[in-house]
Design a protein around this ligand. Structure first.
Ligand code: ATR
Length: 277
């Protein structure tokens, strides 16, 4: 049986095994997908053991995405752009590293939420790994502008500069949160870690254009702290990152198995369960 796993630390609460098991059932693929807890200092050894025991591929989560990037002998352009790897595929000629997070975000926005990115004004909040992973796929969707804003403005400016060669026709700008005052956006994506500590980024008010979408890469039961502030400002089109989680998994499944699963029913099941928790 073809074996896959998600490797991380901690890993026990990962939803990935259930998501991939559902994809496998749905597409008639025979595979096993489990969790793999690696010691903080033992990522490479854990990967090598899994590979030599016949493993075919791994999803990689916190805190190992940078180590996975370094370990890969070949990397996709989107992994290079993200500077991180969340999907490893073991091939005869080496370890292939990819990053499906940004593609998962874009697919959730466009396919699940029916949101058009081309020609729209996009605001991306944060300048850490999550924001970096989203930048290339967002630019490839050709928004009219992409504004990067971060609590530490200099980090946002540096990140935007490194993506300028990929901007094509998109107006790319960056700064701190106060610099946003007076601007309006059609799509606002929270890629900061603020929701992890139940905080919302300290944004000026009035950033949301009529009909704007507020999106948080984090998810939980009910609104995240960021989504609650957007709702309080009158935003009615809101989404959390559960769809992104399922879509990045689907992109990995497609890479490994050559077939794209239907994410709708899997996302609906997870949502039902989260609401009932
Ligand atoms: P990740 O890999 O999840 O992106 P990271 O690289 O540690 O995590 O980056 C965390 C991001 O969340 C940063 O953009 C950070 O802002 P700073 O660069 O100013 O530290 C942002 N962040 C964390 N807590 C925040 C908060 N309470 N309000 C606003 N931004 C926050």
């Amino acid at each position: 049986m073809d074996r896959y796993a998600v490797i991380g630390n901690p890993i026990a609460h990962s939803k990935s095994p259930r998501i991939h098991a559902a994809f496998a059932r749905q597409t008639g693929q025979t595979l096993e997908y489990s969790t793999l807890l690696a010691p903080l200092e033992g990522f490479v050894t854990a990967v090598e053991n899994f590979r030599s025991a016949g493993g075919r591929g791994l999803n990689v989560t916190v805190p190992f995405k940078l180590e996975a990037f370094a370990l890969a002998s070949q990397r996709s352009p989107r992994a290079e752009a993200a500077g991180a790897v969340n999907t490893l595929t073991f091939r005869a000629d080496g370890i292939h590293g990819d990053n499906t997070d940004g593609a998962g975000l874009v697919r959730d926005l466009t396919t699940n939420l029916g949101c058009t990115l081309a020609g729209r004004r996009v605001l991306l909040l944060g300048a850490g790994g999550a924001a970096r992973g989203a930048l290339l796929p967002l630019l490839q969707a050709a928004p009219s502008s992409l504004t990067l804003a971060n609590r530490s403005a200099d980090k946002a400016v540096a990140l935007a500069e490194s993506f300028r060669p990929s901007a094509n026709g998109t107006m790319l700008s960056a700064g701190g949160f106060p610099d946003l005052a007076g601007q309006q956006f059609d799509i606002v994506i929270n890629a900061t870690a603020a929701s992890l500590s139940s905080e919302a980024p300290a944004l000026p008010t009035g950033l949301y254009a009529p009909g704007a979408l507020a999106y948080d890469m984090m998810y939980g039961k009910g609104d995240t702290a960021y989504l609650a502030t957007a709702r309080a400002e009158g935003v009615t089109h809101l989404a959390d990152g559960l769809g992104m989680l399922v879509e990045q998994a689907a992109e990995s499944f497609l890479l490994w198995r050559g077939v794209r699963p239907n994410t709708g029913p899997v996302l609906a099941d997870l949502r039902r369960e989260l609401s009932a928790a």
